[in-house]
Design a protein around this ligand. Structure first.
Ligand code: ZN
Ligand code: ZN
Length: 129
């Protein structure tokens, strides 16, 4: 059993997986439902309008979108800045460009390591011959 302070309301709770307490999970689910219902009625709404029209704050809505807990369908105005370059995006932490760029960088880094490793092996093999 792990006792922790709820990240959302600050109360002590028995931590099971999530970093917020049971009450807050339930409240968040209610808020998510409210947001979905609002978006159904107002598909052209932006995040500020949804924050105005529901119990959620702007930051909460962005967090839901970044975590993938709120998935947009036809809501072109529900956009928030990418964490890397600030370009508006509609899902995840990064925009499509940064996701691609980051994957490329990771791929290059992995390739460089592999190259070094294989060169290292070859070098050793050469020396031992
Ligand atoms: Zn809580
Ligand atoms: Zn970006």
């Amino acid at each position: 059993m792990a006792i922790a302070n709820c990240k959302r309301c600050g109360r002590l709770y028995n931590r099971i997986g999530r970093d917020i307490c049971k009450d807050c999970i339930r409240e968040e689910d209610d808020v998510l439902l409210e947001i979905r219902q609002y978006l159904k009625k107002h598909p052209q709404a932006n995040i500020y309008e949804v924050a105005d029209g529901t119990a959620a704050t702007y930051e909460e809505i962005v967090a839901f979108l970044r975590d993938g807990r709120l998935i947009l369908r036809d809501n072109p105005n529900m956009a928030y800045p990418c964490e890397r370059c600030g370009t508006l995006t509609q899902s995840g932490r990064l925009c499509a460009n940064c996701t691609q760029a980051l994957a490329k960088e990771l791929g290059q880094a992995a390739a460089a390591i592999q190259k070094e490793e294989s060169q290292g092996k070859r070098g050793k093999g050469f020396l031992s011959r």
